[in-house]
Design a binder for this molecule. Structure first.
Ligand code: NDP
Length: 275
C-alpha cells in the first residue's frame, strides 16, 4: 500500500488525508478493528466522547508498539459538555480515557445552537490549544453561519470542520467557504454509511472500469476533492481495501460524475436542530 498523504492545516500541522472512524463500534469490540487499521497503515483515528469507546481506542494505540507521535488522534466534545468549564472538564476526561497527554485534534461535535454556548465552548478549546494539550482545534457539523459567528466573535479560525459528506451530499458551498477561510474539510459517512450509495449503478460502473470496489472509488473521490476522510469498518478485509486507494486516479469527468450523482440525501441529523 502506498503511503497516506497529509494535508497542512491552517496552524502548520500535518493531518493524514485518510483515517479510521470508530462510530458505532462497541467499547469492548473496538480494539481489534483499531489494531487492524494500524496494521493496514492508518495513523489517524477518529473517536468521540459520545462513542463511549475512547478507552479501547487508547489501549489499542498503546499496545500497537507504534510511537505516539506517529498517530493523529481526534476526539470530540459531546452536546451535554458545552460551556467553558464543562468543556475543560470534558477534555480532561477524554485525555484520561485515551491514556494520552495530548490530543492531535479536538472538535466540538455539534454546534447545538439551541444551547447558544458554542462560542463559549470554543474559548475553552482555544485555552486547551494554547496550553499545548490539543495540537489543533476544530468543529464538526458547523454550517456556514455557525462558522461565521465563531470566527467573528473569537478571531480564531477552526483548523477543521468535520461534516457529513459523500457523493449524495456534496456540501459544495460549505467546501467553498472552507477553502476561502483555510478550514480543512473532513468527511464523515464518506461512503454513505455503506448503504445505497455503494449499489448505485454509476458508482459500480466507474468502479468496474478501474478494477476497484465502489467504496474505493468513492474514497478516492474524497481524496481528489481535497477532503480528509475517515471510513469506518469492523471488517479487516474492508479496513485494508479502504486504504488501498493511492495507486489510481479518477479522471476529472469521473470526479464530476460522482459530484453530480444525486439525488441529494442527508443521512444524519440537521445541525440547525440537533441539540
Ligand atoms: P461510513 O460511511 O464510514 O460507513 C461505515 C459503514 O460502511 C459500516 O457499516 C461498514 O460496515 C460499511 N463499510 C465499510 N467499508 C466498506 C466497504 N469497503 N464496502 C462495503 N461496506 C463497507 O460511515 P460512518 O458513519 O461510520 O462515518 C465514518 C466515521 O465518521 C465514523 O466512524 C466517525 O468516526 C465519523 N462520524 C462523525 C460524525 C460527526 O457527527 N462528527 C457522525 C458520524 C460519523 P462494516 O463495519 O460491517 O464493515
Amino acid at each position: 500500500m502506498s503511503q497516506i498523504p497529509s494535508l497542512r492545516l491552517n496552524n502548520g500541522t500535518e493531518m493524514p488525508q485518510l483515517g479510521f472512524g470508530v462510530f458505532q463500534i462497541a467499547p469492548e469490540e473496538v480494539m481489534l478493528p483499531v489494531q487492524s487499521a494500524i496494521d493496514a497503515g492508518y495513523r489517524l483515528i477518529d473517536t468521540a466522547a459520545g462513542y463511549g469507546n475512547e478507552e479501547g481506542v487508547g489501549r489499542a494505540l498503546q499496545e500497537s508498539g507504534v510511537a505516539r507521535e506517529q498517530f493523529f488522534v481526534t476526539t470530540k466534545l459531546t452536546n451535554d459538555e458545552h460551556g467553558y468549564d464543562r468543556a475543560l472538564r470534558a477534555f480532561d476526561g477524554s485525555l484520561s480515557k485515551l491514556g494520552l497527554d495530548y490530543i492531535d485534534l479536538y472538535l466540538i461535535h455539534w454546534p447545538a445552537p439551541a444551547k447558544d454556548l458554542y462560542v463559549e465552548t470554543w474559548r475553552a478549546l482555544e485555552k486547551i490549544h494554547n496550553d499545548g494539550r490539543a495540537r489543533s482545534i476544530g468543529v464538526s457539523n458547523f454550517t456556514e453561519s455557525h462558522l461565521r459567528r465563531l470566527i467573528d466573535e473569537s478571531g480564531t479560525v477552526p483548523a477543521v470542520n468535520q461534516v457529513e459528506l459523500h457523493p449524495r451530499f456534496v456540501q459544495s458551498s460549505l467546501r467553498e467557504f472552507h477553502a476561502k477561510h483555510g478550514i480543512a474539510t473532513e468527511a464523515w459517512a464518506p461512503i454513505g454509511q455503506g448503504k445505497g450509495l455503494l449499489e448505485d449503478p454509476a458508482v459500480r460502473e466507474i468502479a468496474g472500469r478501474y478494477a476497484k470496489s465502489p467504496a474505493q472509488v468513492v474514497l478516492r473521490w474524497h481524496i481528489q476533492l481535497g477532503n480528509v476522510t475517515i471510513p469506518k469498518s469492523s471488517t479487516p478485509t474492508r479496513i485494508r481495501s479502504n486504504a488501498d486507494i493511492f495507486d489510481f486516479e479518477l479522471t476529472e469527468s469521473d470526479v464530476e460524475r460522482l459530484t453530480e450523482l444525486g439525488p441529494p440525501e442527508r443521512i444524519g441529523p440537521n445541525p440547525d436542530t440537533f441539540n
